[in-house]
Design a protein around this ligand. Sequence first.
Ligand code: HEM
Length: 541
Amino acid sequence: IRCQSTSTKEQKTKRNLLDNASNFLTNLLSGGSLGSMPIAEGAVTDLIGRPLFFSLYDWFLEHGSVYKLAFGPKSFVVVSDPIVARHILRENSFSFDKGILADILEPIMGKGLIPADLDTWKQRRRVIAPAFHALYLEVMVKVFTDCSQRSILKFEKLLEANDLHGEMAIELDLEAEFSNLALDIIGLGVFNYDFGSVTKESPVIKAVYGTLFEAEHRSTFYIPYWKIPLAKWIVPRQRKFQKDLKVINDCLDGLIRNAKETRQETDVEKLQQRDYLNLKDASLLRFLVDMRGADVDDGQLRDDLMTMLIAGHETTAAVLTWAVFLLAQNPSKMKKAQAEIDSVLGQERPTFESLKKLEYIRLIAVESLRLYPQPPLLIRRALKSDNLPGGYKGNKDGYSIPAGTDIFISVYNLHRSPYFWDRPNEFEPERFLVRREGEGIEGWSGFDPSRSPGALYPNEIIADFAFLPFGGGPRKCIGDQFALMESTVALTMLLQKYDVELKGSPESVELVTGATIHTKNGLWCKVRPRSDLGEQNPVAA
Ligand code: HEM
C-alpha cells in the first residue's frame, strides 16, 4: 500500500510538472491578437548590462503608454498609463492574477498574499488586514526607534574609534546598514524575533539573505528554470536555496509552535484593544494566532509570515537607500529636513504623535519612491479576455487582450512620465504640496489631496493612479503605513545627528534590479556628526 501511494504521489508530481510545463509553453506561445497595439521588438541585448525598466522607459517614449513588447515568441503588454493601470489594478482587478510573479515567488512564499490565487487571497487578506490596526502601528513606532537607535550607537562607536585617528567621519555602506535595520524591524514586527543583524551575523540571517538573493535572481529571469525536474537537487545554487529555505522554515515553524502553545483565543475587536504598550509580544503572528475564528494550518501561517518578511524588508531598505542618495546630492534639502527635525523634535526621539508633524521627511520618502519605485514593475496575467482602455494619446477604442496575456505595469514609467509630472526626473519633495489639474487629459482627474482627506501620504487615490508608491486597488500593499512610518523614523534619527555625503560621484552608483531597485556595489557614504549642532551633539562635542 505504501508503494502504491508513493507511486501515485510520484505520478501526481510528474503530472503537475507536465501541467506546469505545458501551461508555461502555452503562455510562451500566446502572443495573442492585440489588435492595433504598437509593438516594441526587444532583443536579448536589451536585458544585458542595464535593468530592463530603463529599456521599457525608452520604448514608452517611442511607442506610447500601452505597447506590446515582443521577445521572440514571448510577448508582454507594457502599461505606463494611469487610466489603464486603474483599470487593471482597481476597476477590473479580479480578472488578473500575478502570472509570472507567482511562478517566481510560489516556491518561496507558497500561498502568501503576494503570489496567492484569488480564492486564497480573499480569505487571507480578510484575516490579515485587521492585524495592522492603529495600536499595533503605534507600538511599532517604538520598535522602529529602538532598532534605529542600535544603528546610531553602532555609528557612534565607529566614529569614536575613528576620532582616535583624528578622522571626524566614517565611511559606510548605508545600503547594507539599512538592510540590516529593516530586517531587525520586520522580524520583530511580524513574529517578535530579534535577528539582531545590525550587530551580528547568524545562520538564520545568512539564510534570509541567501533566499532574497535567489528570489532576486529568479525575478530577473522570466522563464522558471527552477521548475526543471530535479534542478533543485542537482544544481548547486538550487541546493543551497533549498537549504536556506529549510533554515528559515524551521525557525518560523518554531515561532508558530510557540505562539500556538500560548494561544489566548479572543475576538478581533478585543484583540485590537489590548494594552499594546505593555504587551510582551505585539507581533502580527501573535494577533493571527489569537484571533477567534481564524484557525489556519501551520503551512499557510508560515507562507503568510515569509511573505511579509520578504515584502517588508528590501522595499523599506531601498526607500532609505535612495532617499539618502537623493538628499546627498541636494544638500539644501538635507538642511531643510534637518531644520524640520530640529523644530519638531530637538534631540528627542520620534513618537507616534510627533511623527505626524514630520511632513517634509515623509515627503522625502514618498518622492524617493516616485523616482525609485519598489518594485519598478507590477506584474499581472489576464485570467480572461478583456478590453484595455487605450490610454493617454492611445487608441480611442482601447485594445482587446486574450486570456493569458502577461502585463507589466511600469510604475517607473508612470512615476517619470513627462505627461503627468513637471520636471519628472528631478528630486522635489515639495511637488506633492501643489494641486495639479488633470484638464486636457481625458479620463485622468489630476492630483487632488482633497480626494483622500487625512491620508498619511500622497497616495494613488489623490494622484488618480499616476502615482503608485504602494500599488493600488484590492491588492495594494498591506504594510504601507508601517513602511512609511518606519522610513520616516529611520531617516529622522539618521539626519538628526549626521550629515551624509556620497563617497564617490552619483554616476558611480550603479543600479541593479530584481524585485527592488538597488545598487550594484553598495551606497558608500561619508557620515559625520552635524557641524551645525555644536555642543548639543554628544559625538561632535
Ligand atoms: C504588496 C510596495 C512594505 C507587505 C505591495 C505592492 C507594492 C508594495 C507596490 C503591490 C504589489 C502588486 O500589486 O503586485 C511596498 C513598499 C514598501 C512595502 C514600497 C516599503 C516602502 C511592506 C511591508 C509589509 C508589506 C512593511 C508588511 C509588513 C505587503 C504584502 C503585499 C504587498 C503582504 C501583498 C498584498 C496583497 O496582495 O494583498 N507592496 N511594500 N509591504 N506588501 Fe508591500
